[in-house]
Design a protein around this ligand. Structure first.
Ligand code: NAD
Length: 308
C-alpha cells in the first residue's frame, strides 16, 4: 500500500524546522513541532511568575517559532486554519506523541552524534510504518542510522529542503543502501504532488549536490574577496541585485542560513578532503569570530547585517 502521510512531526523548530512545518500545514497535514524543553526561565517568564512546569515555558522554543512564522512577511503560513494544524511540543513530555505520526522530519543542529542519539530514541517509540527523514545539509545518511535496526533503516530517507522552504522548490532525496525503494518512490510522489516541490535524487556524499556546489562557490567568493581587498558590501553589491539576485547576495544569504550552520556544513566537506582543496573548506577567521560572538545571522538578530 502506498504511504499515507496524515500526521507528521518536525523535530527542531529553528530556521528550517519551523518553515518545513508550515509547508506541511499548508498542505493540510497535522504537524507536531518539537524542540527542547528550556532548562531555565527567561526574564519575561520570571517576571510573570511562571515556573518551569508551566506548559508555555516547556514548549517555549516551539511556541516562539510558531509566533515568528505568523509574523513573517509574506506569511509562510497560508490561512489561520492552516496555522492551527501546527502544535508546539517538547522533547521531554511529548516524546511518546511521535508514535501517532506517519512521518518524522529531523531538523536539529547539524551534528552527527546529536542526530544519532535522537534516532535511537525515536526508534523506541515510532510506529513501524512511520517514515523518518533527516533534513541534514550534508552529513552521511548511512552513518546517521548505522546503530539503528534494519526495520528503521528501511523506512529512513534523507530529505533535504532548501532555505527558505516556502519559496525554494528543490528537495534532495538521499536514500541509504537500506532504504526501501518503494518508500523513495512514494515519498517522491507525495513531495511533488502534495508539497509542490521538485525532487532530485542525490548520492550519500558530503553535502550531497547543491550544498557541495554552494559551499564551494561561497567560500571561493570569500577567498577572492580577501585577495582583492573587497568589503562585505562590495561583495554583496557584486553578487546581488546587479546580477539579478536581489535576495541572495553572498553575505545576506549567509545571514539567512545561519553562520553557525554554515560552519558545520563547510566542516562536512573539510573532513572529507585534503591538501589545497581542504584549505578552501576551512572558513576564514572573521566568520568564526562572528559565531563565537553570537552574531550567527537573522535568527539571532545580528550577523553580517543587523537586518536581513
Ligand atoms: P537552527 O540552529 O536554526 O535550529 C536548530 C534547532 O534544533 C533549534 O531550535 C534547537 O533548539 C534545536 N536543537 C538543538 N539541539 C537539539 C537536540 N539535541 N534535540 C532537539 N532539538 C535540538 O538550525 P537550522 O538552520 O534549522 O538547521 C536544522 C537542520 O537543517 C540542520 O541539519 C541543517 O544543516 C539543515 N539545513 C539548514 C539550512 C539552513 O539554511 N539553515 C538549510 C537546509 C538544511
Amino acid at each position: 500500500m502506498p504511504v499515507q502521510i496524515r500526521k507528521a512531526a518536525v523535530i527542531g523548530s529553528g530556521v528550517m524546522g519551523a518553515q518545513i512545518a508550515a509547508v506541511l500545514a499548508n498542505a493540510g497535514i497535522q504537524t507536531l513541532l518539537f524542540d527542547l524543553q528550556p532548562k531555565e526561565l527567561s526574564e519575561k517568564e520570571s517576571k510573570l511568575g511562571l515556573s518551569l512546569d508551566n506548559a508555555a515555558v516547556k514548549n517555549r522554543y516551539a511556541l516562539e517559532a510558531i509566533t515568528k512564522l505568523k509574523k513573517m512577511k509574506p506569511a509562510p503560513l497560508g490561512t489561520s486554519e492552516q496555522s492551527k494544524l501546527i502544535r508546539a511540543c517538547n522533547l521531554t513530555d511529548d516524546f511518546k506523541k511521535l508514535a501517532e505520526v506517519d512521518w518524522i522530519i529531523e531538523a536539529v543542529v547539524e551534528n552527527m552524534s546529536v542526530k544519532q542519539d535522537l534516532f535511537e530514541r525515536i526508534e523506541k517509540v515510532k510506529k513501524s510504518s512511520c517514515i523518518v527523514s533527516s533534513n541534514t545539509s550534508g552529513l552521511s545518511i548511512e552513518k546517521m542510522v548505522s546503530t539503528c535496526s534494519d526495520g528503521f533503516k528501511k523506512n529512513f530517507l534523507g530529505i533535504h529542503f532548501f532555505n527558505p522552504p516556502r519559496y525554494l522548490k528543490l528537495v534532495e532525496f538521499i536514500p541509504s543502501n537500506s532504504t526501501d525503494t518503494n518508500i523513495v518512490s512514494d515519498m517522491k510522489t507525495f513531495t511533488e504532488k502534495r508539497l509542490g516541490k521538485t525532487v532530485v535524487l542525490a548520492k550519500d556524499s558530503p553535502n550531497f549536490i547543491a550544498n557541495r556546489i554552494g559551499t564551494y562557490g561561497l567560500l571561493l567568493t570569500v577567498q577572492e574577496m580577501g585577495k582583492s581587498g573587497l568589503t562585505v558590501s562590495d561583495v554583496d553589491a557584486l553578487t546581488g541585485k546587479l546580477i539579478g539576485r536581489p535576495k541572495s547576495a553572498t553575505f545576506r544569504t549567509l545571514d539567512v542560513v545561519g553562520l553557525d550552520t554554515f560552519l558545520h556544513v563547510a566542516k562536512t566537506v573539510y573532513d572529507h578532503t585534503e591538501g589545497k582543496e581542504q584549505e578552501l573548506f576551512d572558513p576564514p577567521s572573521f566568520m568564526k569570530k562572528l559565531v563565537e560572538n553570537g552574531a550567527i545571522g537573522q535568527k539571532a538578530g545580528k550577523g553580517f547585517y543587523q537586518k536581513v
